[in-house]
Design a protein around this ligand. Structure first.
Ligand code: ATP
Ligand code: MG
Length: 302
């Protein structure tokens, strides 16, 4: 990633609580690590990050990220521990707002609208951009009520909750395994089933984007394969961003991959996360433009 970026308009931000609309990145001006390539082939970007810094108090955890997330694509975020993958992911649906002292600077736009603008309701952002966490975290409720929870609390208009629950569990490739025990506690499910339930719970409120933070790291290879299959299925209808430590997983599921690393900040010496390279997954894994990417992927593959 070079610093050679531009937008359709001047967009300078200092943090939360500012008004900004009509923000678009000119993708042809955003270079990947490869000089002959740009982000201009990212189709119909749903989320755009421009010059994004993310702070915890005075600590800058993520520095100057510019990238796009294309509709109906799976984008993987990879890189060593502490390089800010989860931090960036949480900023894409304002989940970081819930962490005291967390602050975003730069622009994160959803359909061209600054999602941190004053008039944007973070709850509505999180309804449109759902999140699945590393550790399956079903509610201490029945399987049925886990799925119905989101539609109920958001006051979603639903003709038949039974139909919605069936549709969503089917979509999450879990229906056949749970249809005879919908009233039982979600805690009685295996880890892999719980994670698929969490995905079902997320899609029940009809989001457009699903953010996943290492969704398979607590799962065995069979459950992992099921989630990966499910991600492929869901890609037809959703835009997915997934953080993974498993590079084979990124190579298997992602259309595009962003490699991040952490380097000491020039001023403070703190290790701050930065985007090194963002490209089609096949290109990033076979012909990385940046030596740091190459070192990381070849180190892991031996
Ligand atoms: N809630 C928080 N408060 C303060 N600092 C935080 C918080 N969460 C993360 N950090 C710091 O921000 C930096 C990036 O952390 P983050 O969790 O985003 O990294 P990561 O790439 O997801 O790492 P991992 O691969 O280990 O999950 C780290 O230095 C971390 O210590
Ligand atoms: Mg993380």
């Amino acid at each position: 990633m070079t610093s050679e970026t531009s937008t359709g308009q001047d967009t300078t931000h200092t943090g939360n609580g500012r008004a900004q609309t009509g923000v678009h990145i000119d993708p042809s001006a955003v270079k990947t690590g490869r000089p002959d390539r740009s982000l201009s082939d990212v189709p119909d970007p749903v989320i755009e990050c421009k010059g994004v810094d993310i702070f915890y108090g005075s600590f800058r955890a993520v520095s100057d990220v510019t990238m796009l997330f294309g509709r109906n694509e799976i984008t993987a975020l990879i890189g060593p521990s502490g390089c800010g993958k989860s931090t960036l992911l949480r900023s894409l649906n304002r989940m970081n707002d819930l962490i005291e002292g967390a602050r975003v600077a730069g622009v994160i736009a959803y359909h061209g609208q600054d999602m941190y603008a004053d008039d944007v309701d973070p709850i509505e952002v999180r309804r449109k951009i759902g999140m699945v966490f590393q550790k399956p975290n079903p509610f201490p409720k029945s399987i049925y009520d886990n799925v119905a929870y989101g539609p109920r609390v958001t006051g979603m208009k639903v003709d038949s909750m039974d139909d919605l629950v069936e549709e969503v569990l089917t979509r999450a490739a879990l229906w056949d395994e749970v249809k005879d025990k919908l009233g039982q506690s979600a805690y009685g499910l295996s880890g892999g089933q719980q994670q698929r339930l969490c995905i079902a719970r997320t899609i029940a409120t009809r989001p457009e984007v699903i953010l996943m933070d290492e969704p398979c790291s607590a799962l065995d290879p069979i459950a992992t394969a099921k989630i990966e299959d499910l991600m492929h299925e869901l890609r037809d209808d959703y835009t997915i961003v997934v953080v993974t430590h498993n590079m084979q997983q990124a190579a298997r599921v992602a259309d595009r991959t962003a490699f991040f690393t952490a380097r000491p900040d020039e001023q403070t010496g703190d290790r701050t996360g930065m985007l090194v390279e963002f490209d089609r997954t096949t290109v990033l894994f076979t012909k990385p433009a940046d030596k740091r990417t190459e070192d990381y992927i070849s180190g892991r593959f031996g």
